[in-house]
Ligand binder design. Structure first.
Ligand code: IYR
Length: 220
């Protein structure tokens, strides 16, 4: 059955104002960096909840919202996640990742040690839901990967806007997150996102972005 409809209301702006607004957003997003060295300074739970509320506004296939968020500030659970993630990462760095991959990571300087997973105040795990059982009927979700990717991007942007640092972390394989967090078998871990403040002496690699004009084609 079609849903009731609402007018689409947007602010009426001059093109100058539109450019100014997008330039301000661009400058803000250009200052976002992946953080791998967090402070233990606490972040209020409400702030995390509001950033996840932003993630939850993302478009999704048939508006099914094929995501679940688990927000963890419990010290024991963070410790358990760190140990499990490091065990997977050691295997990856020792033999799973081919030399070209290790070489590609050299500028970033990562290794199998992930102490930040228990120093950071919050770990957010985003799960992807490919199907659901509602009142005994199994429903397939549509475009779950695209949808969860969009929600994750909205979440990173919301955190950055709130002055919080994040990392999109994918200790692979991530099945241990479903086990530790007791989630259903229709939920697949998508991203593990530490959220907090950078440590006082945190540095990030100086990695430039390719100019958008080189990655953009207009028409044919
Ligand atoms: N998951 C590993 C390796 C890693 C992979 C990619 I692709 C990165 O952009 C960064 C790291 C780790 O987190 O160390």
């Amino acid at each position: 059955m079609p849903a009731p409809r609402l007018p689409y209301s947007m602010p009426e702006l001059s093109d100058t104002d539109r450019i100014a607004r997008v330039e301000a957003l661009l400058a803000e997003m250009q200052s976002r960096r992946s953080c791998r060295d967090f402070s233990d300074r606490p972040v209020p739970r409400d702030l995390i909840e509001r950033c996840l509320a932003v993630a939850n506004t993302a478009p999704s296939g048939a508006n099914r919202q094929p995501w679940r968020f688990v927000a963890i500030d419990d010290v024991a659970i963070k410790h358990e996640i760190r140990l499990a993630a490091e065990a997977e990462e050691r295997e990856s760095y020792d033999w799973r990742m081919p030399p070209e991959w290790l070489e590609a990571l050299e500028p970033i300087g990562t290794d199998a040690q992930k102490p930040f997973l228990e120093i950071v105040p919050w770990l957010i795990v985003i799960f992807r839901v490919d199907w659901e059982i509602v009142r005994g009927t199994k429903y397939k979700n549509y475009y779950p990967v695209e949808s969860v990717g969009l929600a994750s991007g909205f979440f990173l942007a919301a955190c950055h806007r709130a002055g919080l640092a994040t990392l999109t972390h994918t200790p692979s394989p991530m099945g241990f997150l479903r086990d530790i967090l007791g989630r259903g078998k229709n939920e697949k871990p998508f991203l593990l996102i530490p959220v907090g403040y950078p440590a006082d002496d945190c540095t990030v690699p100086d990695l430039p972005k390719t100019d958008v004009c080189e990655l953009l084609q207009w028409n044919r």
